[in-house]
Design a protein. Structure first.
Lengths: 97, 486, 487
């Protein structure tokens, strides 16, 4: 893992977090620093080591196909930052070009 | 302060069950204590006076009807990343500042069903990310032993509440040390069970494969009591293990005869300065004096713990926190289109540490970096588990520092990485999913502030762990050697 | 060479099929179509803080059965992964799906065309995931997402179990694509894993369409076609797209790789402004879920629950019994009737006669009375008995028809009726000769016509003999005796 130049704006876009100019610079540096520290992992010989799938070995945890009570609608919609009737409302999905 | 608030949870339960005090009286005493001190300490983001008295009344009715409840009337502080129906549940974040939970976390419900009385929702580092509680967006919590210092984190509010007698049991969550470290800083017991022992349903997720709920208490006996109530399979949590829980409360030991306790050679306490080095060496001696055989063990991967943790935890949290998008609940900052709404909402709603971790986590999972970072870290994690398995062939328990220093002053760790270093001793146990706890072991620094001894056991060996810790606590009684400042 | 004959189409279909379970994939909310918006949601499917998923056992078993029906491999080890992207109808802003270890791999779908040809389309994989909520767009754009000012979201559908079936690009025409979809639908319906109703959204599909010069082995650039709401739309959309791409190449242009939406009203595809940029889904194993291990015992148990598959039935009905493709398809699409048919064939052994009866008189009776054949008193065993009597020439086909009516009315044993009422066919030459003499005597004009050359009047005379004998005369013998007397 070479020291990567992180495109922090691209990462922030993926994570849907708007960054100010100052934050982009600050986080960019802090992330690069952290990755420097994290690079020590490349010293570990892991070719024959399996990645941890689960800390405690469980398999086939399932539930039977039964209907259980759901939340009352008023409770649900009362949480909505913006509601319209029985729906959750959001601004347009496609931005103006 | 009024005397009932100083009683242990076990004592309170005995007293309420025995009707020498009612749950209502007990609760009123604690609520009075809260009114007296919490403005100075800031443990509770939300005080639950009405709900507490309501629950107390119900407990009293059940006692009157002849029931015996293992946590009868015990005042409980609930970390504000755990859902409790009808209460503001914020994760100490602006993005959930006014969110009211419509359901209750399983672990919390079990505590309430056993007679516990919820006093309030406690402060934490935002979304449990931090080691000092300074990352909270909604309040400041002070260490009850020294108000100019942090209580530790992320479960700082619960730890400080218990230490300052504003609760007898504090519910915390531990991902990389967030119960053990504040337990150490606040001179109390902080206990993290085996991963999967306590349901995560209703715990606001930070790192799914690491998060565990556990108790913060003034005695090991109380920790065992709380554990016995909370632990056990929950069908609502797929990672909850389906395995019988041996009660720990009746297995508390008075000595350590026959036990081998390992000291990790990579944990060189000399690095922590002469006073702290001496303190831990004394602690290991005290274990030996109780009859334990002290052996050297090795965790060769120890120095890779931080790197491993600070890839896995952020990766998982970057995905877990995606749901905070302003669509269905929580904060929304409007935008011209939904994409802009997401970006503005999350920019305004998340603090810097949370943003940092989301960014590093997103990066570690992104195309081109996934194998080099995330997968690599998961392989390192396997090596930790293997290291511990090997070490436990030579010993029954491992002793280590719970933190590298006592509580530090506010704003003293400006560089993120120096804060991450606080987790150095606690992260390996989290990575391996092991049960671990911190128990008071003395004081260090100027002024003299609490330090904690960390003990850890193999998977599922909570009984052995709590049993041994009890012996140490009983023999040394370090917690009683200092008083809180309020 | 015509333009059309220059190019061949290469088509792959990607379907999302909602599984028919009582509850959602990861929570206990009801899985049903319709209902008031946002009334079937809970902390899990609404992605409230702290909620956790627990997989639906029935959904997993449905998936495995679907895979087995298509001859897929069921790997011993499978897991769920998170597919991370932001979209308002996705509560968690990640979808629990399967990335590199799906529950089934490979397999193929056998389908048939209208002319009876059976073809095969390979499957890349089928995996299990969860559905999103539904959005409606308003404030402009005529209900479409482009031009809308806001969207309204209903999360009832969020978390419904979904099978994603990805086919290899083995389909070579719009007709094949539709036939493939019909075969998928048939199989899923008959397995009981899904209702597969495009109009209710329990089947959604996209087509990847490209063309290339006939004989070429290189793949052309493909376009992804979305927004097809019925099988008919699929047919029209793919045809339209093939035509469009042909036009592009013929005029010297190049096909652009893009997503195009089918416009039902205008009958064309439009390029869709991409909703999101190229995705980095950051797949990783979902840490809230544990892996699934499928053992041999489970696979065997599930295999045993799989009924005869549509194409196997088709091979038998069309290929072996000679039903024409349309008849065979009709039968196959009516599973209870097909099963009844199969039971009758098994009981009787005479597929031809069973076909005649089931598709003929029984079908007529079913239409007249409104009761399907398989719910009538005519059991496979009794029908087999009737056919046995016909095969042995114990009764004439005319008597058989009568008996069938009486069996439909509740008289169950044709054999018993024949014996009791003496309806057995007469092959006694003497007895038939008496009837022949009677008939000839009573029909002098017909006899005269016959002798004058109208030989087809014989049919009428045979009919009269049958009438006189109350249907019991052996028709062949009657015919022979008539001829003898007349000639």
């Amino acid at each position: 893992m070479a020291s990567e130049k992180i495109d922090v704006r691209y990462v922030a876009k993926l994570a849907r977090i708007a960054l100010s100019e100052e934050e982009a610079v600050r986080f960019g540096k802090q992330l690069a620093d952290l990755l420097e520290h994290v690079n020590v992992l490349s010293e570990l010989e892991t070719a024959s080591v399996p990645a941890t799938a689960q800390v405690v070995e469980s398999r086939n945890v399932e539930r039977s196909d039964e209907v259980t009570p759901c939340l009352d609608r008023e409770t649900v919609l009362a949480m909505a930052p913006q509601r319209q009737g029985a729906f959750f409302r959001v601004p347009k999905i496609i931005p103006e070009s | 302060m009024n005397e009932p608030v100083t009683r242990s949870a076990a004592q309170i339960a005995r007293d309420v069950n025995g009707k020498s005090i009612s749950a209502r009286e007990m609760t009123q005493a604690v609520l009075q204590r809260v009114d007296e001190v919490d403005d100075r300490l800031g443990c509770y983001l939300t005080r639950l006076h009405e709900l507490a008295l309501d629950c107390a009344q119900r407990v009293d009715r059940r006692i009157a009807a002849g029931e015996s409840l293992s946590l009868a009337g015990v005042p409980v502080a609930v970390k504000d990343n755990m859902c409790l129906t009808g209460t503001r549940t914020t994760a100490a974040s602006k993005i959930l500042e006014n969110w009211i939970a419509p359901y209750t976390a399983t672990a919390v419900q079990r505590i309430l069903d056993a007679g516990g009385v919820p006093i309030g929702k406690t402060n934490l580092d935002e979304f449990a990310m931090g080691s000092s509680c300074e990352n909270s967006a909604l309040g400041v919590t002070r260490n009850p032993y020294d108000l100019s210092r942090v209580p530790g984190g992320s479960s700082g509010g619960s730890a400080a509440a218990v230490a300052s007698f504003q609760a007898a049991i504090g519910l915390g969550s531990d991902t990389g040390g967030s119960i053990r470290e504040p337990g150490a800083f606040c001179n109390i017991v902080g206990f993290k069970p085996t991963y999967g022992r306590v349901s995560r349903y209703g715990l606001i997720a930070f790192a799914s494969s690491l998060d565990q709920i556990g108790p913060l208490t003034r005695t090991i006996e109380d920790a065992a009591l709380a554990y016995d109530v909370m632990a056990g399979h929950d069908p609502r949590d797929s990672t909850s293990i389906n395995r019988a829980v041996e009660p720990a409360s009746n297995a508390l030991r008075e000595d350590l005869k026959g036990l081998r306790i390992g000291v990790v050679k990579e944990f060189v306490t000399a690095k922590l300065g002469p006073e702290i080095d001496a303190l831990y060496k004394r602690a290991y001696r005290e274990l030996a004096e109780l009859g334990a055989e002290i052996v050297d063990v090795s965790l060769p991967t120890a120095d890779y713990g931080l790197a491993t943790y600070y890839l896995i935890a952020p990766a998982e949290c970057s995905s877990n926190l995606a749901r905070f998008d302003g669509v269905r609940y929580g904060l929304r900052v409007e935008g011209d289109d939904v994409g802009q709404m997401y970006e503005r909402t999350r920019a305004a709603g998340f603090g810097s540490e949370v943003k940092r971790r989301i960014l590093i986590g997103t990066y570690a999972l992104s195309s081109g970096y996934y194998d080099a970072y995330y997968v690599k870290a998961q392989k390192a994690r396997t090596m930790f588990a293997q290291d511990f398995r090997t070490a436990f062939e030579r010993c029954d328990l491992i002793a280590a520092p719970a933190a590298s220093s006592p509580a530090f002053e506010f704003n003293s760790k400006s560089d993120p990485y120096s804060m991450y270093m606080m987790d150095y001793y606690t992260i390996p146990m989290s990575l391996a999913g092991l049960p671990a706890l911190s128990v008071p072991c003395g004081y260090a620094g100027t002024p003299q502030l609490p330090m904690g001894l960390q003990l850890t056991a193999p998977l599922f060996e909570e009984v052995k762990l709590l049993g041994a810790a009890h012996a140490y606590e009983r023999a040394t009684k370090y917690a009683s050697k200092a008083a809180v400042a309020v | 060479m015509t333009v059309k004959a220059k190019y061949e189409a290469v088509i792959g279909i990607e379907c999302h099929v909602e599984l028919k379970t009582r509850s959602k994939m990861f929570c206990g909310c009801a899985n049903e179509f319709g209902g008031e918006p946002n009334t079937k949601v809970c902390p899990v499917c609404l992605a409230l803080p702290g909620a956790l998923p627990v997989p639906n056992k029935e959904a997993i078993e449905h998936m495995i059965r679907a895979g087995l029906a298509f001859g897929a491999t069921i790997p011993a080890f499978s897991k769920f992964d998170r597919k991370n992207y932001f979209y308002p109808d996705m509560p968690k802003d990640y979808q629990i799906s399967q990335y590199d270890m799906p529950l089934t791999l490979g397999g193929s779908v056998r389908y048939w065309l209208e002319d009876g040809t059976i073809k095969e389309c390979r499957l890349t994989r089928i995996h299990l995931e969860e559905d999103t909520g539904k959005s409606m767009h308003g404030g402009g754009g005529g209900g479409r997402i482009a031009g809308s000012a806001f969207s309204l979201i209903d999360f009832n559908r969020a978390g419904v179990p979904l099978m994603e079936c990805v086919s290899e690009p083995d389909l070579t025409s719009a007709q094949e694509a539709v036939a493939y979809l019909e075969a998928l639908k048939r199989t899923f319906v008959q397995l009981g894993v899904s209702d597969v109703k495009m109009e209710e959204g329990s089947l959604r599909c996209d087509a990847n369409v490209s063309i290339r010069a006939v004989g070429s082995t290189q793949l052309g650039t493909k376009a992804e076609i979305k927004n097809m709401n019925s099988f008919r739309s699929v047919l029209r959309a793919i045809e339209s797209e093939v035509e469009r791409q042909t036009g592009v190449l013929e005029s010297g242009g190049r096909v652009v790789q893009e997503t195009r939406g089918w416009d039902e009203a205008q009958g064309v595809t439009h390029s869709m402004r991409s909703k999101e940029e190229a995705h980095d889904y950051r797949y990783f194993p979902d840490p809230d879920l544990v892996p699934m291990e499928t053992d041999v015992a489970l696979v065997e148990r599930l295999k045993a629950t799989i009924p005869a598959l549509p194409h196997d039935r088709f091979k038998r009905y069309h290929g072996k019994y000679g039903l024409d493709p349309k008849q065979a398809t009709q039968l196959i699409d009516n599973l209870p009737l097909a099963e009844y048919f199969d039971a009758c064939v098994a009981a009787s052994g005479n597929a031809q006669l069973i076909t005649n009866f089931v598709l003929g008189d029984l079908s007529r009776l079913a239409n007249e009375t409104g009761t399907p054949a398989y719910a009538s008193p005519v059991t496979p065993a009794s029908l087999a008995e009737l056919i046995g009597l016909v095969e042995a020439k114990t009764i004439t086909s005319k008597i058989a028809k009568e008996l069938l009516e009486r069996m439909w009315a509740g008289q169950t044993s044709p054999k018993a009726i024949v014996e009791k009422e003496g309806l057995a066919q007469t092959s006694d030459a003497g007895e038939i000769e008496r009837f022949v003499t009677e008939v000839l005597a009573a029909n002098e004009k017909a006899v005269a016509d016959y002798k004058a050359g109208k030989t087809n009047i014989l049919g009428f005379l045979i009919g009269q003999v049958m009438k006189a004998s109350r249907g019991k005369a052996n028709p062949a013998l009657a015919e022979a005796l008539l001829r003898k007397k007349l000639d």
